[in-house]
Each structure stands twice: as structure tokens, then as C-alpha cells.
Design a protein around this ligand. Structure first.
Ligand SMILES: [Cu+2]
Length: 483
């Protein structure tokens, strides 16, 4: 059994051999399924040359893809069933990436052996969740936000040239909130009709372009992608950054940890039977179904450490409210929304809410949770049809009432924004949708003296300048649970 270990706790040759294998795989032809380029293109392939790099940085070539050995690839490869397959905004997000990592790990392991290295090379994981681990001190927490030193920071680490990437905008995650894994791990259900209550994502068909994000996919997954930015900020280039694979190993570990806590995957046959196409370490085509990858041990690997057990949130909060667990299929009523699309600035952008007359509201936010024995009705803030281009830094969503201090609802990572905004045969180009659970934020607002729902304001704020990125928000709405 291979054990995938925390990259910050390994001192053997794992990263040295990884670096050598990356360099060897880069020498291979883009048409070779075991090449670095082909593996990257399985996730996504595109020639966009204007992602958001840090000021003063440029792509090392016009597009990172033009560095590929034997570029350009033949069109029929670009259009094949093997390229541009990554699953985002969907309940296939976790199983597809598990398959992808599994074959990649085998290809790297085989390359390591060919280079004279050990037989048991195993992919490590990058545990940025440790930034919020109460068992660690502040220094250790901040350390978890940084890329491992072997991957370089501003400068390459000369002992590990294969792990360097010019096309990185940042070398650390910008805030602990972006690396927060707890909220997703607390969820009870793999898939529900409510995206913010779905650990594994919402029910869809094949979903290569981002659409509606489930909880784990948004935070931490998307936020880590856009925080590192550059190639990592765009699905069409993300897998060319060697850190990509360690990021996804951690996401895969979170899925396994969630199951080990006693949760269950969906048993829906359309999920279990869905098949995807890959190549194995010998470059032979393989078809894998979701139901074949539900146990890491069956696949021959495990993780050195699970994410610490967390209880489902309803149980944890039971001291505060006698909560009945949410099933995730509660009915929500929209009570306020913007009526015009608006574009986002680099500073704070207010969303101009219009409120449904109280008489017409089925759900009411103001009247609820007067006594502590009553479960407050759930409140959701939804961002719909977010379109644009470029890499957008994590977007914070705040609520406030006029005088009082604003409250952070959550953060949104617009990973895949460009593709989701581009009409194609596969996708309508209607952009990204995200829902955030705003229940706790509204509880805080409600306790303020001048509370009234009609005074609520929503603000959106990117954590860094937009640079070349452009964002238009189709609609922001506040939905409350009908009880
Ligand atoms: Cu990813």
C-alpha cells in the first residue's frame, strides 16, 4: 500500500525524484500520453495569454503551452475524448480528479524508476488546511499557507528545477480563510439540491466547464487555485504547475477523511456508473467508472493522516440551537435581489438590492430565531451568472446594516471563469453560480440594535487588484428558508 504523505513532513527523495521526473516528462512529445504536456491537457488546454500574473511578471512564452515539446498538437488530439476532460461545478469533481491523480501518480512513478529512482514513488499532499489547525502554533499555521520551499518562492530552488514555474502569480495562500477546510467537512450530504449544503457538488451531466460549485470545490479548492494564480488560476493551464497535483492530493484526502468520519457518497446510479477516459502508465487507454474509485485502499493507496474528525454542523451547534439537521432539500424563497447586472471593481462593490414587499415574502428573515430553542431559518446568498475573463483573486462577500460593522459571509473562488463565460458546443457561457450559507452572518447582524432586514447591504471585494481580469455579476440574491 502506497502512503501519500504531508509534503511538509517528508525528508526523503520524494521531491527530488518528482523534480527529475517532471523534467523528463517535459522532454516527451505532447502527443505522448505520458508526457507532462499531455497530462496537463487532459485537465484543460487553451492558448489564453492574459491570465492575471503578479505585476512585472510575464508568461515565459506567449502562452505556457508554446513551451510544449512538439507544439502545436494536432487538432484531433485537442478534440479527442482524452483532452479537456476535467470536471468542475459538478458531483463528478471528486471522482474525476481521483482517477486523474491515480494515473498521473503511476506515470511519475514509472518515470522515476526509469531514471534509476526507487520503486515506490508516491504523490505527497499539500496540507494548507493546517493554517486553521488549532493544534499548531501561529508560525506553523502561517507556514502551511506557503508553497513548500522546494517549489521556490520568487526564485527557483536550484536543487529542484522541475518544481519551479515562472507562471505563478503568488507563492502563498493569501489568507487563512481561503485554506479553511472545516465548513465543507462539517456537511452531512454528498449531493443535495442546495449547492452550499453539498460536500461533493451538485447533480449534473458531464461538466467540463465550471457552473455551480459545491462546498468543497469552492472552499478550499477554487480559492487555492486563484490564490496561487497564474497558470494555477485557469483550468486550461493549472495542471502544468507541479503544485497542482499536491493540491488535488489534499482535496482527495479530504474526501477520504469525510467518508472515514462516517458520511456516505451518493448512491445515485447515474453518478456511480459514469465513466471517464484516461491513459495508464504504459500509455494504454483505460475507461474507469466512478464506482471503481470509491475506496483509496482498493486503488492501492492511503493517506498518512486524515483530516481531524469534525461533527456535522447541526450537532456541533446544538448548544446554541435545538437544531434539526438540514436535509439539504429545504425550500428557499428569494426575498431580495439585484435587478441589474454590474461589474466588479478592484475595491469594494456594493450590490444594489431590491426587496420583495414583506406581504409577498413567504419566508421572513426578520421574525425568526427569537428564542434560543428555535432553529433560525437558513439564509443563502447566491451569486448567479458571474461572467468575465482572467484570474480573479478570492472574492469576499460581506453583509452589513447601514451603521454597523460588516460581517464576512464567505469567500468565492471564480476558477474557470473564462471558460464558463464562453459559449461553446458544450457550455452556454452563462458563467459561474455560487451559493454561500449566510445563516451565521445574518445571526450576527440580527443581534445588532438597529437590525431590520430592509437595511441589509451586500458588498463584494476581491482580495487583490483585478489587473487584467474582468468580472460581471449577473445577479446577487438573498434567499431564506421557508419554515
Ligand atoms: Cu483543481
Amino acid at each position: 500500500m502506497r502512503v501519500r504523505k504531508n509534503v511538509n513532513n517528508i525528508s526523503d527523495g520524494t521531491l527530488l525524484w518528482y523534480s527529475r521526473a517532471v523534467e523528463a516528462m517535459k522532454q516527451k512529445d505532447i502527443k505522448d500520453p505520458t508526457s507532462w504536456w499531455y497530462q496537463g491537457a487532459v485537465h484543460g488546454f487553451g492558448l489564453d495569454n492574459s491570465p492575471n500574473l503578479a505585476p512585472g511578471k510575464t508568461w515565459s512564452e506567449l502562452s505556457v503551452w508554446q513551451q510544449a515539446t512538439d507544439f502545436p498538437p494536432p487538432e484531433d488530439l485537442v478534440d479527442s475524448i482524452y483532452w479537456q476532460q476535467c470536471q468542475h461545478g459538478t458531483w463528478y469533481f471528486l471522482p474525476w480528479h481521483r482517477m486523474y491523480l491515480q494515473f498521473f501518480e503511476q506515470i511519475v512513478a514509472k518515470t522515476v524508476v526509469e531514471l534509476g529512482g526507487p520503486e515506490d514513488w508516491t504523490l505527497p499532499y499539500w496540507n494548507y488546511c493546517d493554517a486553521n489547525n488549532p493544534a499548531l502554533n501561529e508560525n506553523e499555521q502561517l507556514q502551511a499557507l506557503k508553497l513548500p520551499a522546494e517549489f521556490g518562492a520568487e526564485q527557483p530552488n536550484s536543487d529542484f528545477p522541475g518544481l519551479w514555474m515562472v507562471e505563478r502569480a503568488h507563492y502563498k495562500v493569501s489568507s487563512k480563510a481561503d485554506a479553511s477546510c472545516e465548513a465543507a467537512m462539517q456537511l452531512k450530504n454528498f449531493t443535495t439540491p442546495i449547492p452550499s449544503q453539498s460536500f461533493g457538488g451538485v447533480r449534473t451531466g458531464f461538466s467540463h466547464d465550471s457552473g455551480t460549485f459545491g462546498k468543497l470545490e469552492n472552499n478550499p479548492h477554487n480559492l487555492i487555485h486563484v490564490d496561487i494564480g497564474g497558470a494555477m488560476g485557469d483550468p486550461n493551464t493549472a495542471a502544468l504547475d507541479p503544485i497542482f497535483w499536491l493540491h488535488h492530493a489534499n482535496i482527495d484526502r479530504l474526501w477520504q477523511s469525510w467518508i472515514d468520519q462516517g458520511r456516505e457518497n451518493t448512491s445515485d446510479p447515474s453518478w456511480l456508473n459514469q465513466a471517464f477516459e484516461f491513459h495508464d502508465a504504459n500509455g494504454k487507454p483505460v475507461t474507469v467508472q466512478v464506482k471503481q474509485v470509491l475506496s483509496t485502499e482498493t486503488l492501492g493507496y492511503t493517506y498518512s493522516e486524515n483530516y481531524p474528525d469534525v461533527k456535522v454542523r447541526q450537532e456541533r451547534d446544538s448548544k446554541l440551537f435545538a437544531m434539526t439537521p438540514l436535509a439539504g432539500n429545504e425550500i428557499f424563497d428569494t426575498i431580495a435581489a439585484t435587478t441589474k447586472s454590474f461589474s466588479l471593481g478592484s475595491q469594494t462593490t456594493p450590490a444594489q438590492l431590491e426587496f420583495l414587499p414583506e406581504k409577498q415574502q413567504v419566508a421572513k428573515v426578520s421574525a425568526l430565531a427569537k428564542s434560543s430553542s428555535q432553529r433560525p431559518n437558513q439564509v443563502i446568498i447566491a451569486l448567479d451568472n458571474v461572467t468575465g475573463s482572467g484570474v480573479v483573486a478570492p472574492l469576499s462577500i460581506f453583509v452589513k446594516t447601514s451603521a454597523a460593522e460588516r460581517v464576512l459571509v464567505g469567500k468565492v473562488g471564480l476558477f474557470g471563469l473564462t471558460q464558463a463565460s464562453t459559449p461553446s458546443v458544450r457550455h452556454a457561457g452563462t458563467g459561474i453560480n455560487v451559493e454561500l450559507d449566510a445563516t451565521e452572518a445574518f445571526n450576527q447582524l440580527r443581534s445588532q440594535p438597529d437590525w431590520s432586514f430592509e437595511k441589509v447591504e451586500i458588498e463584494l471585494e476581491p482580495s487583490r487588484e483585478l489587473g487584467e481580469a474582468r468580472v460581471t455579476v449577473g445577479r446577487v440574491s438573498v434567499k431564506a428558508e421557508v419554515v
